[in-house]
Structure formats: C-alpha cells, structure tokens
Write a protein that binds this ligand. Structure first.
Ligand code: HEM
Ligand SMILES: *[C@@H]1O[C@H](CO)[C@@H](O)[C@H](O)[C@H]1NC(C)=O
Ligand SMILES: CC(=O)N[C@H]1CO[C@H](CO)[C@@H](O)[C@@H]1O
Length: 328
C-alpha cells in the first residue's frame, strides 16, 4: 500500500514537472542559483536610466501593461519588426510606447550580460517585470516582491494587438470585459488604471471630450469645467495631435492616489478614467482609495502581481532571448 502511494507520488511529480502549470511556475527566487544579484543589477540600471530621463518611469510601466495584455508577459512587445513580420510594437496603439521604456530593459539586460554568471540567464520578460516594480518605487509608489521565471515569447505580431488593449473612450463594461479576459477583477482594473497618476498622453486622444462630444454639446459634461478650459488651452483645435499632456494634472511625477481624488473632481483625462467615478459600480472603490492611500497601494500590488502572471511562457513555449529586440 505504502509502495503504491510512493509510485503514485512519483507519477504525480513527474506529471507536474512535465506539464508545468504556468500560474505556479513563477517564484521569487527563480534566479537564486543562476544570477543571485539579478534584482540589484536591474535596479541599478533602472536608477541610472531614470536619472537621465524621468520619462523612462511612465514609459516602462505602460510597456509592461501592453506586453502582458497582448500574448502574455513574455516581452513580445520588445520585438522589432522585420521585413517579414510586423511586430506588436508597430501596431498604431503603441504610439506612446516611448523608446525610453524599451531602453530601460535594454540597459538592464546589458548590465546583466556584463556579469558572467548572469549572461543570457535572465529573460527579457522578467527584466521588464523587475524594472516596472523599480520605476514604481522610484516614483514614490509601493514596493513589492516580484515573481520570476517567465520565459520570452516566440511570437510577436501587430495583428495580435487588435482588440486586446483598452481604448481611452471605453466604458466600465468594456474595461471589465478586457480585464476579465486576463483574469483580473474590476478592483484590479481600477487599481491598475491609477498608473495614469504618471506620464503623458497626446492631445489627439482627448479632442472628442473637449470639442465635439456629441451632436448637442461640445464638452463632455463629466469633465470639470475649469479643467476642460485648461485642456482646450493646452490642446487648441488645430494643434499637432502629438502634443503631450500630463495624465495627472496635480502630481504628474508622483505615484500616488491623487489619481482618484482627481476623478472625484472631474479631472480624469480620458473617458476611461472618468467613468470609474461616474459609474456607480466603480465609484465606491474610487472613493475608498481617494481616502486611503495604503488600501490603494495594497490593491495595486495585488493587481500588478496578477498582471505579471498573465499568459506566462515556460521553457516549452518560450526561451531566454539573447537580444530582447529579436528572436534567438
Ligand atoms: C484601463 C484602461 C486603460 C486605457 C484605456 C489606457 C489608455 C492609455 C492611453 C490612450 C494613453 C496615452 C497614449 C498617448 O496619448 O500617447 C495611456 C498612457 C499611459 N498608460 Fe494607460 N491605459 C489604460 C490602463 C493602463 C494600465 C493598466 C497601465 C499600467 C499598469 C497604464 C499605464 C499608462 C502609463 C504609465 C501611461 C503614460 C505613458 C507615458 O508617459 O509614456 N495604463 N494609457
Ligand atoms: C449628448 O450627451 C449628453 C450628455 O451625456 C446627453 O444628455 C445627450 O443625450 C447626448 N446627445 C446626443 C444627441 O447624443
Ligand atoms: C515606438 C514605435 O514603435 N512606434 C510605431 C507605432 O506604430 C506606428 C504605426 O504602425 C509606427 O509608425 C511607429 O513607428
């Protein structure tokens, strides 16, 4: 009987290792043997890059989100297009994936590769995940342990972006549906949306809210009146749609819960931000986190950790890229 139990246990172990469950394959000490200083090396490279340009902070955070929502957190967003393959980064939705986010990962990879034991041991997907935590901390956000062990994806196509990223005019139903597809709840969605406490957006994304909302009124009535005027000044009718605006008009370089306080005052930049307050289903959460920044920080850490588990690749359907921008 004991013998049978043993055989069963061995068989179970074999099954588990042959078919790794992608949600449990991640661990905090994945590189403890192969590259024990991975966290420190990445953090130093990120800090160096951010000292050169703060833009790297929001750029990295957004890059991580776009990577995870399209084909999983597998650095597929980093792949450069080739004559034969139009990659994810060349889909029009990428327009503000600022080059500095890509460069954060490239610089951190360079620093890792300069270390003989880490050389080509750490996936680009994990580097991006670590760098994202590091930029959040630099901007004043909460720190958290990062799960590691993602492998880099073997596929990246512009076509795969279509329909997988939220748009600035989305309502709560649309946002919930997209996030649910990635096993994220409405609370996760609201917490992650607060990433818009940092960074920039382009005038072209908000023209509809400040000039021709619909056939009867020009300005979105959920916009704070004074803020709408400011936006019209910053984005006059025929301005270059590439002109950039702060997403958080109050503390644009600080990761904080002011995002939610802004929503309470009608100062959400996008429709997709403001609806979190106007829709009665999400408003209680916005109010709670506007009041309690620690509760928000906890929810953000939970949501980022779950985001980091989306579509993770294993050694069976991924690898460790030698160059984050190209397949091996
Ligand atoms: C909830 C639905 C979301 C929508 C509709 C949305 C949409 C957008 C859009 C349209 C922009 C500006 C692009 C431009 O004008 O160039 C933007 C910027 C940004 N988004 Fe989101 N986003 C969403 C969620 C998220 C999430 C979950 C994160 C990260 C966790 C995120 C991080 C950022 C950051 C940091 C920026 C600023 C980028 C920069 O300054 O380079 N967004 N987002
Ligand atoms: C325009 O928007 C306002 C405010 O949301 C709404 O009351 C009105 O019915 C809309 N008009 C049209 C023609 O869609
Ligand atoms: C940064 C980046 O890769 N931008 C590209 C986004 O997609 C547009 C349209 O396909 C390209 O023209 C940009 O070069």
């Amino acid at each position: 009987m004991a013998r049978f139990g043993m055989v069963l246990a061995v068989a179970l172990c074999l099954t588990i290792s042959l078919f790794p469950d992608t949600t449990t394959a991640l661990s905090r000490n994945f590189y403890s043997k192969s590259c024990p200083n991975v966290e420190k090396i990445v953090r130093n490279a990120v800090q160096k890059k951010v000292k050169q340009t703060f833009v790297a902070v929001p750029a990295t955070l957004r890059l991580f989100f776009h990577d995870c929502f399209v084909n999983g957190c597998d650095a597929s967003v980093m792949i450069q297009s080739t004559p034969n393959n139009k990659a994810e980064k060349d889909h029009p939705d990428n327009i503000s994936l600022a080059g500095d986010g890509f460069d954060v990962v490239i610089q951190a990879k360079k620093a890792l590769d300069a270390n003989p034991s880490c050389r080509n041991k750490v996936s680009c997907a994990d580097i991006l995940t670590l760098a994202t935590r590091d930029v959040v901390v630099i901007a004043g956000g909460p720190t958290y342990e990062v799960e590691l062990g993602r492998f880099d994806g073997l596929v990246s196509t512009a076509a795969s972006v279509q329909g997988n990223l939220p748009g600035p005019s989305d309502n709560v139903d649309k946002l919930n549906a997209l996030f649910r597809k990635n096993k994220l709840t409405q609370e996760d969605m609201i917490a992650l949306s607060a990433a818009h406490t940092l960074g920039f957006a382009h005038c072209g994304k908000i023209f509809n809210r400040i000039y021709n909302f619909n056939r009867t009124i020009s300005v979105d009535p959920t916009l704070n009146k004074l803020y709408a005027k400011e936006l019209q000044l910053a984005c006059p009718k025929n301005v270059d749609p590439r002109i950039a605006l702060n997403m958080d008009p109050v503390t644009p370089k600080k990761f904080d819960n002011v995002y939610f306080k802004n929503l309470q005052q009608g100062k959400g930049l996008f429709t997709s931000d403001q609806v979190l307050f106007t829709d009665g289903r999400s408003r209680p959460t916005v109010n709670a986190w506007a009041r309690d920044s620690l509760a928000f920080n906890r929810a953000f850490v939970t949501a980022m950790t779950k985001l980091g588990r989306v579509g993770v690749k294993t050694n069976l359907n991924g690898n460790i890229r030698r160059d984050c921008g190209a397949f091996n």
